[in-house]
Design a binder for this molecule. Sequence first.
Ligand code: PLP
Length: 399
Amino acid sequence: MYQDFQKHLQLELQGIRDAGLYKNERVIVTPQSSGIRVATPDGEAEVINFCANNYLGLADNKELIEAAKQRMDERGYGMASVRFICGTQDTHKQLERAISDFFGTDDTILYAACFDANGGLFEPLLTEQDAIISDALNHASIIDGVRLCKAVRYRYKNGDVEDLEEQLRKAQAQRFRIIATDGVFSMDGNVCPLDKIYQLAQKYNALVMVDESHSAGVVGATGHGVTEQYNLRGKIEIITGTLGKAFGGSVGGFTTGKQEIIDMLRQRSRPYLFSNSIPPMIAAAGLKTFEILTRDNTLQDRLHNNTRYFVDKMLAAGFDIKPTQSAICAVMLYDARLSQEFAAKLQEEGIYVTGFYYPVVPKGQARIRVQLSAAHTTSQLDKGIAAFVKVGKQLSVIK
Ligand SMILES: *Cc1c(COP(=O)(O)O)cnc(C)c1O
């Protein structure tokens, strides 16, 4: 039975390899941090990590680990239930409250991941009478969520408010409209123009949904995300996000926003109704995360300072850097092969990064994406910059 299908898969897989697009997992043998040890063909190597979403350096934070351990002792390992049957503990409710307070929203619903939050967002709220106007570079999970919903789809060019306005005009034909956008786009590090999006939403009678996965904890003076940056706290109807990036780096997602929207998601959102609760220890560590982030601004300041330091030195060294308003720094190389060679040479220098090229980014836009963290020390940043300069000169990217 399997033979024909096996042959088909083997050919497809070979095609992926031949195109140079085959993804291999790289194995880390330490906790996630700014300095890690990775498995190599001849043993292990120490590297400085510039490719984690560990923006605030919380992935190995002692307070979070302690909070998780303590709650596991108190409340056990797992819930063995979905939320509405017998999968809700007080910790889940407290975490939902903490997320609402953080974003200045009415209420919050937790999911196992932000992929689920986005996947289960649109279908319960909209019908074929309605419209979703989506940024062309939105995350895969938003695209999948839109696909699962019967609403009429409109797409606008990344961050292009003129195109958005044009689509909004067309979408007047529908009953309700939601504009959906990432807060920060993960390949360039640009922030969505939420101020203009919000103005257009008022003008054309639309709701706004922002996915803060790469922006929450990062963007805004105190890391409260794009609604802080644009002074729109409490004004956006729907915000989604993850606990898997700045907020601790573990697992979990959420949708936070207007009361009736969250109420309806609790009734009808399929990943919420048909998937297990996050473990109590993860909820407790999540609660601790929001305590840490509202206690003071140490981590947020450190991240902002590190990002500015790295970007300034890289520009001064002559690198072509995409303008960034986040902790993502795209070092433009344009050529796919060069991006892979550059990344491999950096790893030999003990610098862990990823080179991206088509189809992850547009053709001819290959790059190395550097992600800064509050956990990076100045010495680690200096080593990273020195390695970029050395390899950049070797490969004639800079003079
Ligand atoms: C990472 C990411 C997600 C997925 O988050 P998970 O919690 O890991 O599923 C969703 N949306 C955006 C914009 C992301 O960057």
